[in-house]
Design a protein around this ligand. Structure first.
Ligand SMILES: [Zn+2]
Ligand SMILES: [Zn+2]
Length: 295
């Protein structure tokens, strides 16, 4: 990694915690990453797994040993803090609250949540329920880490496929809990499926203007760097290897030519088709980073 503009690339991948949380750190380091994303819980189960203090200590120790720059915890997929169903809302509240405390305990820098679904009610009431749920969580526990909402492809009743929606949610939460640190995780495959054509420089410029007018560019804290298996505007969420999907190398290069994107941690959630898939995708992104100028 060259240091054209005085800093190296912050690059990570989502890694499995099979065998213990700390093994995710080893997996990231072994594949040449300096950042890491993980689930502390099984992402498709409601049951919360108990994490021991020993496991937490081991994670922190390994993270320091490998000098990881950023650790991101991704929330499980089941919670829906915008649900109109009271029992789902309650379960979601408990799951996210518990997981958030674990993320803080392991000194994670960021926590990423999918904004959720309004389930065929309407977007405004969905956003209200989500903002209220988040306020309740933060009233009970204000995290040290920065809480991120992820950009979504926007199928059906899913909230968070535009930066205006995300701005509205963050503003509503900040009105009631001003101290909580919040931001946005931009997923390249999701925004592409939502209709933002990052392959085109002019469209990307428009996107940056839209970001500045809504959440503000400083609100974006990490990039989920995934190519998209699905076409522009498809609203479908299927990730592909970097350069092998509909976005292609050009889209990533366009983004890395913009200084504020370039400086962020780039976290891969690309398919693990082969043992060396993560390494191949890392090398591809690093090459794009080196070729881009960051003007
Ligand atoms: Zn996600
Ligand atoms: Zn993502």
């Amino acid at each position: 990694m060259k240091l054209k503009d005085g800093f190296g690339m912050k690059i990570g991948a989502h890694m499995s915690v099979a065998g213990g949380l700390h093994l995710a750190v080893n997996r990231a380091a072994d594949s040449g990453f300096n950042c890491l994303q993980l689930f502390t819980q099984s992402p498709r189960l409601w049951k919360s797994k108990l994490i021991t203090q020993k496991e937490i200590d081991l994670f922190i120790e390994e993270r320091e040993r490998h000098k990881l720059k950023f650790v991101v915890v991704h929330a499980p997929y089941l919670p829906n803090l915008a649900s109109p169903d009271k029992s789902i809302l309650q379960k979601s509240f408990e799951t996210v609250l518990c997981d958030l405390k674990i993320a803080d305990a392991i000194n994670a820098d960021y926590y990423v949540l999918h904004p959720g679904s309004h389930k065929k009610t309407d977007i405004d009431s969905g956003i209200d329920r989500l903002a209220n749920s988040l306020c309740e969580i933060f009233h009970q526990y204000t995290p040290n880490l920065t809480f991120l909402l992820e950009t979504m492809p926007g199928a059906g009743s899913i909230i968070g496929s535009t930066f205006d929606e995300l701005a509205l949610i963050i503003n509503k939460v900040h009105e009631k809990v001003p101290d909580v640190k919040m931001g946005v995780c931009l997923d390249t495959a999701h925004i592409f499926a939502a209709g933002y054509d990052i392959r085109n420089k002019n469209e990307l410029k428009k996107l940056v203007t839209e970001i500045d007018k809504s959440i503000g560019r400083k609100t974006i804290k990490i990039i989920h760097s995934n190519d998209s298996h699905e076409p522009l505007g498809s609203k479908k969420d299927r990730h592909n290897h970097i350069g092998k999907g509909e976005i292609g190398t050009k889209g990533f290069e366009n983004m890395m030519n913009i200084s504020f994107f370039r400086k962020l941690p780039w976290i891969l959630e690309t398919p693990k088709s082969d043992d060396d898939s993560d390494i191949k995708n890392r090398k591809k992104l690093e090459k794009i980073f080196d070729n881009a100028s960051g003007s």
